[in-house]
Design a protein around this ligand. Structure first.
Ligand code: ADP
Length: 163
């Protein structure tokens, strides 16, 4: 059986938390597709193509390299179009669960053939969020513990272009 998993998110920017989920999800599937949500023409913090490149650079050396695509519609439609039967989400705690549970139920109702698979965050990475990383970086803090070096560099470059 050829299992394709889709891991959707904004990855703005990619963190060690995302990479942990990517690494673990890649072991559950034959192909892992990271899907970057680019909804409603929202620009985001980092340009979408840069976000894609940062993910490819971080995962290129993995035993099972991941593919990256963009989506702006329903995640289940994206999964269907990609032939994915697994929808991977990371759970950092109760607030993620509260948010994810109804979404998983509605996705299951729309696309019963696509199974949502929750991976519990690894304890020492479960506190990392892209939102906090952006806030810390914007206020001049060091994000080196939360993202790979090439991501920290891209974030610094993005902020310096604001000045
Ligand atoms: P964020 O919620 O940090 O802005 P995304 O929207 O890109 O990031 O999240 C995509 C998916 O990755 C979601 O399922 C989210 O719960 C999961 N995720 C994000 N950060 C972590 C982390 N530190 N550990 C585990 N899962 C995470």
């Amino acid at each position: 059986m050829h299992r394709i998993a889709l891991y959707p998110g904004s990855f703005d920017p990619l963190t060690h938390g995302h990479l942990d989920i990517i690494d673990r999800a890649a072991r559950l599937a034959d192909r892992l597709i990271v899907a970057i949500g680019v909804h409603h023409g929202k620009k985001g913090f980092l340009d979408r193509n840069l976000r894609k490149q940062l993910i490819l650079d971080a995962t290129g050396a993995m035993a099972c390299p991941v593919e990256v695509l963009f989506f702006d519609g329903l995640v289940v439609e994206t999964a269907r179009a990609a032939g994915a039967t697994m929808l991977v989400r990371g759970l950092r705690g109760c607030s993620d669960l509260d948010y994810e549970s109804p979404m998983a139920a509605m996705n299951a109702s729309m696309a019963p053939e696509v199974e949502t698979v929750f991976l519990a965050a690894t304890p020492d990475k479960g506190f990392i969020s892209s939102t906090l990383v952006r806030q810390i970086a914007t206020m001049g803090g060091d994000i080196g513990a939360f993202v790979p070096p090439h991501v920290a560099q891209a974030v610094a470059h993005r902020l310096s272009s604001d000045m």
